[in-house]
Design a binder for this molecule. Structure first.
Ligand code: GLY
Ligand code: MN
Ligand code: MN
Length: 479
């Protein structure tokens, strides 16, 4: 890249630093809103600080890491999708607003008149935006919840006063879908474009996306106690949702009714989002792995696959239970169900630190292959993949398919164990098995000596499921 030292020399000074904010502004815009009115159980600043410390430690000498916030995405016309922060950015900052970028340096640098080894650029509060969409945190707020000492406003990022020849090793990931917003001042796309402009003035700058991805995977794969606390909460809320949906289930309901009953139970307790599009598929839809339409009327005899997860303060649950909508398994449904349950038990038994990431899958697949052969549904074990087409495990955390190395299992990792069997209509087997889809998914913490099933609060055996489905739900009385 071409060097333009003159351009570097005249890079403009950054006008704002935390110290220059009027004290009154800091006072009015309090850091964390009144704890009796709003959530007060977010990850502490010390958590985000510790994550940036890991990143700094991993950087090469003269290195810097650049992490952008997620862009705002247009849903249609002038309506945006509900904003969701990029999990990687949230991990390092706790900042939940768009239009921000984090710079982490191996060695302290001076930007403008501020010397620090980390800088966070954020949207400046402004009355017009705040009239429409509410309070924008001030730099003082952001200092408090992120722990970044140097929080600056993003308008000043335009003439980023940083000499890239001092930090030529740049770990960065440019989100692929932000370019269209380059022209809009203050957006993630605009910040990314300004960053490229500034770095382009220096030769021999190495943009290294892979090392950043690898570092994120290493860190995020092992959860801290505070992360596990939030995951436990997301999972506990999701358990309540499943229990209520199981109680409420009856023929004649629609897939979306079960979905909404489940979701209501966690929204009621403060979960902000669904961690992924909810899957509630009955009858033939139970065989669609990531079915999201959720519109069919459920008929007596339908098997339902319900795969849902509450997201609480960024952390998501991911639980699946399968059950007959009328509360009584047919013989065929019970046989397939118990085979998946046995496969899941084999997968769980392989959740031991040091085991290869794929060992739970291998164990589950072996049980399913043997079982399907015994039932005459397949002739050779290699055909099992026709009915169990997905993997058994993924990491779980800020993303439902969370960052991780997929190396040997480590204590502190949270993974799913989720085998399934899906026998579609016209599958090459006796038709009595058709339209039976079963997946059983639990969220599992790998411990020093083995594992803990975090989602065990939702019933899983046939007698337990049939028993809870006999109970009534308040929702049954709603017309
Ligand atoms: N809910 C998506 C998955 O289980 O991976
Ligand atoms: Mn999953
Ligand atoms: Mn799932």
């Amino acid at each position: 890249m071409c060097l333009n030292r003159i351009a570097l020399a005249c890079l403009c000074m950054l006008a704002f630093s935390p110290g220059t904010l009027p004290a009154q502004e800091n006072e009015v815009r309090r850091v964390i809103a009144d704890s009796s009115l709003y959530d007060n159980d977010f990850l502490p600043a010390s958590f985000h600080q510790s994550r940036r410390a890991l990143l700094r430690e991993a950087l090469p000498d003269s290195g810097m890491a650049v992490v952008f916030s997620a862009p705002v995405r247009v849903r249609s016309n002038d309506v945006n999708y509900v904003y969701h922060q990029d999990p990687g950015f949230y991990y390092y900052t706790g900042h939940r607003q768009p239009g921000a970028v984090l710079l982490v340096f191996k060695e302290p640098q001076v930007i403008g008149d501020t010397r620090s080894d980390e800088f966070l650029f954020v949207r400046r509060p402004n009355a017009l935006s705040e009239t429409w969409t509410g309070r924008i945190p001030s730099s003082g707020d952001v200092v408090a919840y992120s722990g970044v000492p140097a929080v600056l406003y993003n308008g000043e990022f335009k003439g980023l006063a940083h000499d890239f020849s001092r930090t030529p090793y740049v770990w960065v990931s440019f989100p692929a879908d932000v370019n269209e917003q380059e022209a809009l001042k203050g957006t993630a796309g605009w910040l990314a474009a300004r960053f490229r402009d500034a770095a382009a003035t220096v030769p021999d700058v190495t943009f290294d996306q892979r090392s950043l991805r690898r570092a994120n995977a290493l860190f995020r794969e092992v959860k801290t106690d505070s992360e596990i606390g939030l995951l436990r909460k997301a999972i506990m809320l999701t358990c309540r949702g499943f229990m209520e949906a199981l109680r409420a289930s009856e023929p004649g309901m629609h897939e979306y009714e079960l979905e909404n009953i489940n979701e209501y139970m966690w929204r009621k307790e403060g979960a902000e989002h669904t961690g992924f599009p909810s899957i509630v598929g009955g009858g033939h839809n139970s065989c669609v792995l990531h079915y999201e339409t959720n519109r069919k009327k459920l008929l007596s005899g339908d098997m339902v696959v319900m795969d849902m997860g509450a997201e609480y303060h960024g952390y998501t649950a991911d639980i699946t239970r399968s059950f007959p909508v009328n509360g009584r398994f047919t013989r065929e449904q019970a046989v397939i169900y118990n085979l998946v349950l046995a496969a899941q038990e084999a997968g769980l038994a392989a959740c031991v630190p040091g085991n290869g990431f794929n060992e739970p899958h291998r164990a589950a697949l072996k049980v399913i292959a043997a079982g399907l052969m015994e039932l005459g549904i397949i002739d050779e074990s290699s055909e099992a993949r026709n009915y169990f087409m997905h993997g058994t495990s993924h990491y779980l955390g800020l993303d439902v398919h969370d960052a991780g190395t997929y190396g040997p299992l480590k204590p502190g990792s949270v993974i799913t164990v989720e085998p399934g069997i899906y026998i579609r209509e016209e599958a090459a087997c006796d038709r009595r098995w058709w339209n039976i889809g079963v997946r059983i998914e639990d969220d599992v913490l790998i411990t020093a000596s083995g594992h803990e099933v975090l989602s065990g609060c939702v019933p899983k055996t046939i007698p337990e499921i049939e028993a809870i489905m006999q109970e009534r739900s308040l929702f049954n009385d709603m017309q």
